[in-house]
Design a protein. Structure first.
Length: 290
């Protein structure tokens, strides 16, 4: 190999080294990440987002996401308080705080480590413990309370450089036999409620009819009392009139004759008995006037 060839090879190697040094001396950290700066494997510090520089071959950077993460757990087996088997689907939203990035690296090395070694170990256990405190029916009917209790248990159990944002119970799947029994029970409860509503409606309608009948009876009674009082008043008036007329007739005989005259139609009878006299003519009075 000639000197020129050797020189060319050395020059090429030097150029490659320079390129490696150039491109390996700077790096960027995204806004959704933080950089862990290592020098010969030892943690030196946490790098904020932006452009930064490092010493090639000596310093390295590990990027750790601070974005929200979602870990879904399907077919978590659990038993209710009344020993009903169920499979739950639970999702946990979590993130690493920028201030905890160094702890994440030293304790778990990366995001996958914190998910596998911390979160995934606690979620199934806490779901099983909390679900066991609810009867199967209560777990379905009081689902909000169930989710709140599971969330509180997970947040309490997971102690480390991670923030649990929320916990969702996306599905509760009981055995087919139990679900059919629940459906039958719910259908029976619906029928009972429907019948109760019908009975309540019938009672209200019956009360309305009773009220209407009572009102009608009261009206008839009031009318009867009014009629009776009117009849009584008319009878009293007629009796008083008769009494007053009788007293007037008794005290004045001429009024009797006047009444007869008022009622006479002016026609004399065509037949008079021998011992009879003409009606309404008082001979004695006529003689006295002569």
């Amino acid at each position: 190999m000639t000197r020129n060839m050797i020189g060319s090879a050395v020059g090429g190697a030097a150029a490659l080294i320079l390129l490696i040094v150039f491109f390996g001396s700077w790096y960027t950290v995204d806004e959704t990440e933080r950089g862990v700066l290592l020098r010969n494997g030892a943690l030196v510090g946490v790098v904020d987002p932006g452009l930064s520089f490092k010493t090639p071959f000596i310093e390295t950077v590990k990027l750790i996401s601070t974005q929200s993460q979602v870990s879904a757990y399907e077919n978590l087996q659990a038993y209710s308080k009344d020993q009903q088997s169920a499979q739950l689907k639970v999702s946990v939203s979590w993130h690493v705080a920028p201030s905890d990035v160094a702890k994440v690296y030293t304790q778990f090395k990366d995001i996958e480590g914190i998910r596998d070694r911390l979160i995934s170990r606690q979620v199934p256990t806490q779901v099983e413990n909390v679900f066991g405190q609810f009867n199967a029916v209560a777990a379905v009917q009081n689902r909000v309370q169930l989710v709140n209790d599971i969330s509180a248990a997970i947040k309490t159990a997971i102690t480390g450089p991670v923030m649990i944002d929320s916990v969702q119970v996306e599905n509760i799947d009981f055995s087919d036999a139990y679900e059919k029994a629940i459906e039958a029970r719910m259908a029976a409860e619906v029928q009972v409620k429907t019948r109760e509503q019908q009975l309540a409606t019938e009672q209200v309608q019956a009360q309305i009819r009773v009220t209407q009948a009572q009102a009608e009876a009261d009206a008839q009674l009031a009318q009867a009392k009014a009629d009776a009082q009117a009849t009584e008043l008319r009878g009293r008036a007629e009796a008083e009139a008769i009494k007053a007329r009788a007293q007037a007739l008794a005290s004045n005989q001429n009024l009797v004759e006047l009444t007869k005259a008022e009622r006479w139609n002016g026609v004399l009878p065509t037949t008079v008995l021998p011992s009879g006299s003409l009606p309404f003519i008082d001979v004695r009075q006529d003689r006295k006037s002569d």
